[in-house]
Structure formats: structure tokens, C-alpha cells
Design a binder for this molecule. Structure first.
Ligand code: T3D
Length: 263
């Protein structure tokens, strides 16, 4: 299946989704959201996929909502932005969070507005050193959406979350790494190789354990220690029945690399 606003492929357990409106810095519009939804449906249905890459074409990762898509002017008819969020951004963020394998976001350039927060919804965010993150919402009279008010304080703490959200300053990839907003930033010439290595590693990992880790870490945000210990017990119990657990322990005993199948 081919799409007009994204590139999508899947091979050897690795699905790759590239936002592809480079002349608009990959800004989201309804058509692009529809393409992403269709591709993610494919991803959900394909049991062979063990990692998803999200990245952008051209010099930007994503500039957030396409501001040229609607006629918003002083005196113009009000726009139902809540409808756009319910229809597009909420399902996108929830899908990325619930996929039963890791989602890697390769931030290849500026990530602004919802573009920044969709990146933060991914499990591992690696950015090229020249990339940046901008909570651009306050510049146009909006609040951080696409999960921004959830992710920011949890990732960087309340003071930095407020500063980023209320000032809308550009945060360099280097600073984003130093603040714990992202996993890491790498020099531009090492970016592709770093992303590829991550994809290879994750596609050969014990996928069910990574999915359970993802779930447990997400639940921890709203749980007491006791409730979280229960979550760990239940998920670990499930892991004990997996083939990958048996293979991991056997490989350790045999002093060889494990061959995980994701089962
Ligand atoms: O509305 C809803 O559905 C609710 C959801 C809202 C979610 C949101 O994301 S709201 C926030 C929307 N995004 C922004 O406010 C960011 C706007 N863009 C920028 O601030 C800057 O473009 C960047 C900091 C991202 C990059 O700056 P720079 O100097 O590298 O590039 P540029 O020259 O500003 O942009 C290049 C082109 O892309 C330019 O078009 P042109 O002049 O060459 O024809 C620019 O207009 C276009 N562009 C950039 N961002 C957007 C965009 N076009 C439409 N929508 C954009 N968001």
C-alpha cells in the first residue's frame, strides 16, 4: 500500500514510517493523519513487526499542525480544534503508546508543537545534534497538546515543563538530552548509523518483555509502589511463560548470544 503524505515500509521485523511533506516541514494535516492511521493499522495487524521507526523526510522532523490548512484570521469563524485533537492526535498518541513493541523516534530536524510531543510519545527518542524541540503552542494562543502536558513534567520536571510550555523557546537536541527529554542526541554524520543499530538491536530483542516493560513503565506514573509491585509480579509471571525467557536463560548457560523470536 502506498500513501501520499507518508512513506511506509516493513521488512525483517522493522516497520518504518516517514512523515513526508518536506515543503511544509512535515506539518500534520487531516490527509497525513489519515495515512498515519492506515499505516499504524497495518502495523498493529502484522504480527511479524518487532519495532517501529518514526522519522521525517527532509530538514525537519515535524512542525506540528499545518497552520496553513485552515483560514484562521481575526474575525474568521472559530475552528473546532477539540474535534481535530479527538479525531487525530489523541488516537495517534494512544496508538504509539500501546503498540506491543518499541517505537523509535528519529528526530532528524526541528520538532515543533504537536510534532515535538508526538516524538515524546515514542519509547526511544534519538535526535540528530542539529535538531531542536519547540513547544510552539504558546506562540499561537494554544496549550501543549498531543500529550505534552502529560509527558513534559514527567520527563523534565515541573519547573522545566512550565518554562518550555510558557516561553516556547527552542531547546537544542543537546539540551534535550541533558534534561532527560530524549534518550540521546548524536552528531549528524552518525545519526543514520545510530538509528539503524538501534532498530537492529530492538528487532532482535525479546519483544514481549520489551512490550511488558513499556506497559509497566507507563502504569508506574499513576501507581503507588505497592500497586506497581503487583504490576511487576503479574507481567513477570507472563514473561516466565515466554519462549524468549527460556532461550535467554539457556543462552546464558551456554555462554552464547540469545536468539530471541519475540514469542
Ligand atoms: O489545530 C489543531 O488541529 C490542534 C493541534 C495543534 C497542534 C500544534 O501543533 S499547534 C503548533 C503548530 N506549529 C507551530 O506553531 C510551528 C510553526 N512553525 C515554526 O515555528 C517554524 O516554521 C519552525 C520553528 C518549525 C521552523 O522554522 P524555520 O525558520 O526553520 O522554517 P520556516 O521558514 O519557518 O518554515 C519553512 C516553511 O514551512 C515555510 O513555508 P514557506 O514560507 O517556505 O512557503 C513555513 O510557512 C512552513 N511551515 C512551518 N511550519 C508550518 C508550516 N506551514 C504550515 N504549518 C506549520 N506548522
Amino acid at each position: 500500500m502506498t500513501y501520499d503524505n507518508i512513506l511506509f515500509s516493513s521488512e525483517n521485523g522493522i516497520a518504518r514510517l516517514t512523515l513526508n511533506r518536506p515543503d511544509r516541514l512535515n506539518a500534520f494535516n487531516d490527509a497525513m493523519h489519515a495515512d498515519i492511521r492506515a499505516a499504524l493499522t497495518q502495523v498493529k495487524e502484522d504480527r511479524s513487526i518487532r519495532v517501529l521507526l518514526l522519522t521525517g523526510a527532509g530538514r525537519a522532523f515535524c512542525a506540528g499542525q499545518d497552520l496553513a490548512d485552515r483560514a484562521v484570521r481575526p474575525g474568521s469563524e472559530p475552528v473546532d480544534i477539540g474535534g481535530s485533537i479527538e479525531r487525530n492526535y489523541k488516537p495517534l498518541v494512544l496508538t504509539l503508546r500501546s503498540l506491543p513493541f518499541p517505537v523509535v523516534c528519529a528526530v532528524n530536524g526541528v520538532a515543533a508543537g504537536a510534532g515535538a510531543n508526538v516524538a515524546l510519545a515514542c519509547d526511544i527518542v534519538v535526535a540528530t545534534r542539529s535538531a531542536s524541540f519547540i513547544q510552539a503552542f504558546c506562540k499561537i494562543g494554544l496549550i501543549p497538546d498531543a500529550g505534552g502536558t502529560h509527558f513534559l513534567p514527567r520527563l523534565v520536571g515541573s519547573a522545566r515543563a512550565r518554562g518550555l510550555a510558557m516561553l516556547g523557546d527552542k531547546l537544542s537536541a543537546e539540551q534535550a538530552q541533558a534534561w532527560g527529554l530524549i534518550w540521546k542526541c548524536v552528531d549528524d554524520h552518525e545519526f543514520s548509523a545510530t538509528v539503524e543499530a538501534l532498530l537492529q538491536q530492538l528487532s532482535a530483542a525479546p519483544t514481549r518483555a520489551l512490550a511488558a516493560t513499556k506497559r509497566a513503565l507507563q502504569l508506574s506514573a499513576g501507581n503507588t509502589l505497592e500497586a506497581q509491585l503487583d504490576v511487576e509480579r503479574d507481567l513477570q509471571c507472563e514473561m516466565g511463560y515466554t519462549e524468549d525467557f527460556r532461550e535467554g536463560v539457556a543462552a546464558f548457560g551456554d555462554k552464547r548470544s540469545p536468539r530471541f523470536t519475540g514469542k
